[in-house]
Design a protein around this ligand. Structure first.
Ligand code: MN
Length: 248
């Protein structure tokens, strides 16, 4: 659903970069803006990320709340778990991150969801802030003070996720929370193919320099490719304009 007072404009860009195939998937329509980064080898990763994103699309119906988002993420986990494994050692799995436009306490809100190490950021007042926490081994090492934050981006364990839809775990513990929609919010949803290649300071500068969301998404993918492009890269830029009741 889309609260009548909020107008959304979205930009989308994805590239397989140096990989043979693109195992990222995305959905960016009807109030649901999500990225999934599949894993599992061969075609498993592609099927896993597509299955997750297809399942999450149901959140475009009604006025989803935190409980419903958790239930839909658990359903996605079950569906990905049920996929056939391409090899015996790696079960298909995927990350999922993004926002659903909904309402909470009568106010337009972003319902933020995250499992794994894809990321959702918010840029407000020209300042970029990561709003999701990575579920990765290195993020946990940083949180425990074992690895300094500035070393995390280059740490050899940075791509080992501790939570996923599907994968080896029988259950999933998704992060879901509310953020109020503020006029001029620019949400960024991306796979680690962006954040492993491009520092947050450069991402912020690109988002500030380019007002058009489609051009901004393309600039960020180009920046990841220019920086090496070692992984699939997917970027959604979601701009929200809030109209006051009087303007309607
Ligand atoms: Mn990736």
């Amino acid at each position: 659903m889309s609260p009548a007072s909020v107008r959304i404009e979205v930009g989308v860009a994805t590239d397989r970069a140096q990989r043979a195939s693109n195992e990222d998937a995305l959905h960016a329509a009807d109030g649901v803006y999500v990225v999934a980064d599949g894993m599992g080898g061969h075609e498993s990763g592609e099927v896993a990320s597509r299955t997750a994103v297809d399942t999450l699309q149901v959140l475009s119906k009604g006025v989803p709340d935190l409980a419903r988002a958790r239930a839909v993420l658990r359903a996605a986990h079950k569906r990905v778990r049920a996929l056939p494994a391409a090899d015996a050692l790696r079960r298909p799995g995927t990350t999922a991150s993004g926002v659903v436009l909904s309402e909470h306490d009568g106010m337009p809100c972003w319902l933020v969801l995250n499992v794994g190490d894809s990321r959702t950021y918010r840029m407000a007042g020209g300042v970029l802030e990561q709003v999701t926490q990575d579920h990765s081994e290195v993020a946990e090492l940083v949180a425990r003070g074992v690895v300094p934050a500035q070393e995390a981006a280059h740490h050899p364990r940075r791509n080992v996720v501790t939570r996923a839809l599907g994968g080896g775990s029988a259950t999933v513990d998704p992060d879901v929370f509310w953020l109020p929609v503020s006029p001029g919010d620019r949400m960024l949803v991306c796979s680690d193919g962006l954040t492993d290649e491009v520092p947050d300071s450069r991402i912020e500068a690109e988002l500030k320099a380019e007002p058009d969301p489609q051009a901004a998404a393309e600039r960020l993918v180009d920046a990841a490719l220019a920086a090496g492009g070692s992984d699939n890269v997917t970027v959604l830029v979601v701009d929200a304009t809030v109209r006051s009741a009087r303007a309607r």
